[in-house]
Write a protein that binds this ligand. Structure first.
Ligand code: NAP
Length: 302
């Protein structure tokens, strides 16, 4: 199949979903946003599109959109860009439209949604993607592309075709044969930084100025390295400590998404980040004390 012929439905019309949808639209690719309900679709129609700041000035893009409550054509290719804890509920709304054997690409932080989804719909072909693109939503139906990054996609035999189809504008998506390595690497970095920034309500760089936080950060990394050894895959986390410290310094002024979620009273992705790590470790017979403690503390904040 020619990659440009794929039609993507995008579920999760937030920063990342509308970023991809906006570039796809500008490039004449076929993609439609799936909004959570009819009321949201009405609001969107009043806004007349997505106000996208993709580099230059803001432009109003009349992206195609539907409501999850509407009936519509069967969905063969779905890009899922909700936050991890919202994913299953969002997917259940369009379950009846997802074709048998449809392709779903999870483009979100955290791990665990793939297993939950395949338990419910074992017929689906579920790929995963991990991105360092940066986008935010200054207001509903607005998106700002704040930082250029890279995206890796994998998890099945069609990764090349899908990566090609999702490479729109400057969004560079590459296929990888080892998406697990990329996902675990990102998970490990998130486990080290995000819960601590949420607990101490601080910017990433401020973790370095707080001796207790810094000690916990090193303990989180020690435990992940121990898990790598225990899994018989020590190379999986090679250079993790240096990488975490480089990310903390490189994003010193950033407020992590977990901190923002906690401050805005939204559910955080903790159960799919530190929670996934602790569940995985426990299944192989390891307890990660510091990670477990951070998991419980951040859960208590939510
Ligand atoms: P976001 O702006 O909060 O977008 C999430 C979207 O999901 C919202 O538009 C929300 O709809 C929608 N949603 C939630 N429940 C839904 C439901 N039941 N039905 C339909 N839609 C539903 O989040 P984001 O920043 O795009 O992040 C998405 C994922 O990418 C997260 O895992 C995040 O960690 C990851 N990520 C983000 C960035 C970034 O720069 N933003 C970078 C790397 C990774 P409403 O608008 O109606 O609330």
């Amino acid at each position: 199949m020619h990659t440009h012929e794929l039609h993507w439905s995008i579920l999760g019309a937030g920063a990342i979903g509308t970023l991809w949808a906006s570039y796809a639209f500008k490039q004449g690719r076929s993609a439609a946003l799936l909004l959570r309900d009819n009321a949201r679709l009405e609001d969107y129609r009043r806004a007349r599109g997505i106000l996208a700041t993709l580099g230059g000035s803001a432009e109003l893009l009349p992206l195609p959109a539907q409501s999850c409550e509407e009936d519509g054509a069967p969905i063969d290719h779905l890009l899922l860009t909700t936050k991890a804890p919202d994913s299953l509920k969002a997917l259940s709304r369009i379950d009846h439209r997802l074709s048998r054997g449809a392709t779903v690409v999870l483009l979100q932080n955290g791990l665990g949604v793939r297993e939950e989804l395949l338990q419910r719909r074992p017929d689906l072909h579920c790929y995963q993607a991990v991105t360092t693109e940066g986008a935010y939503r200054p207001a509903p139906f607005q998106v700002v592309h704040a930082g250029r990054g890279q995206t890796l996609l994998g998890g099945g035999p069609n990764a090349d075709v899908l990566a090609n189809s999702l490479s729109v504008g400057p969004l560079d998506v590459s296929a990888t044969e080892d998406i697990d390595a990329a996902l675990w690497r990102k998970l490990a970095v998130n486990c080290a930084i995000n819960p601590l920034t949420a607990l101490y309500r601080c910017r990433n760089g401020e973790l370095l100025d707080n001796p207790l936080a810094l000690q916990q950060l090193h303990q989180v990394i020690d435990e992940i390295l121990e898990l790598g050894e225990y899994m018989g895959q020590p190379a999986r986390f090679d250079g993790l400590r240096e990488q975490v410290l480089a990310v903390v310094r490189g994003t010193a002024l950033n407020r992590s998404s977990m901190l923002q979620d906690i401050e805005n009273g939204r559910p955080s992705e903790i159960d799919y980040i530190t929670g996934y790590l602790c569940r995985y470790a426990s299944d192989v017979g390891l307890t990660l004390d510091t990670n477990q403690q951070l998991l419980e503390q951040v859960r208590a904040l939510s």
